[in-house]
Design a protein around this ligand. Sequence first.
Ligand code: GLU
Length: 414
Amino acid sequence: MAKLTPWESQLINVKNTCDLMGLEPAVYEVISHPKAILEVALPLKMDDGTVKTFTGVRIHHNDARGPTKGGIRYHPHLDMDTEMALAAWMTWKNAVANLPYGGAKGGINCDPKILSMGELERLTRMYASSIAHFVGVDLDIPAPDVGTNAQIMAWFVDEYYKLLGRITPGVITAKPISLGGSLGRSTATGRGCYFVTIEASKVYDIPIKGSKVAIQGFGNVAKSAAFNFHNAGAKIVAVSDSRGGVYNKEGINPYKLKDYKDKNGKVSGYPGCKEIGSIGPLTAECDILVPAALQNALTGENAGDVKAKLIIEGANGPTLPEADKIMEGKGIIVVPDICANAGGVTVSYFEWVQNRQGYYWTEDEVDQRLERVMKKAFKDLKEQSDKYDVPLRTGAYALAIGRVAEAMRFLGRI
Ligand code: GLU
């Protein structure tokens, strides 16, 4: 079977859900097309004096519920199909968390790991000025994603301020704290994964304390998730990054692993562990699996070997529809990305609110509000999955598409 692209796999979930809900055909007709796509050429003067052209993209998927919102990804294999899927997933994620936003995504097909700091800054500034008319505090609000961080947001916002001639920090989120960033934003996605796991663990009777957790990835989301599970008494048995993976059935201390990775640039070689490769955690012996790397990790080929009882999707789109079917057959519970990893954009929303008010919250206030949003999102999607007697993913899509469709009807767009 030909491998589905991320956009195709997203569309299958959307179409099946529209049919299940018996929605008017106009809903699918609108949401199966991104609203607007901007592609820009970014000819970057490299440190060695040559010029290399990168492609920058920003996609607005749907803005019925509010300004569009979503991250900026820097990755060497970024293509338009993946960007479109990522933008659509943001529409659904924002609707599941009930944030007043539509969905967007953007990125540059570059490898940030091999660019110098100077190249990265010039590329980011060029991207910001090229898409400035396409973003805005009431139009489209970017944030980090894979391969980008608070420093990149800072360069972006500085370029934007210069063009606009005004300081509007709410145009981009996950900024450094000193530029109007929110406390708790950098760890929010992993923290959110943990909050939804608390709810799921009660419903499905899979206690977190004493459980074995495998995590694919050791970037921003994975690290914060690992710390949260470890602090709650779970054992982190497997972790990986793009260069390899490690397993120890007695548990790995994620704080020590972070120190090791900071020093060595990889998790591989961490003492006392078996080497299992980058995708090893997906099929490792565990109770809870957190795929927190990239899309299309769980496929028809490896889903049959998954040992976890509960999957918390930290990444966007880690599971292909064919893998969903196999895992459903095995009774594995999957808390889908559009709920499980909504913690990041939720605190992005808090940051945007704080920027607009010019009044800043304590870390505790952020954390309590995040907990409320995540637990409510899980409860709302569980209600939909019970109503239609479908897996959690379809319940989440039903919740999201129902909310977006309602907004589109009020606006008279369908
Ligand atoms: N890139 C993150 C995501 O996929 C965060 C987006 C945001 O904060 O706008 O959810």
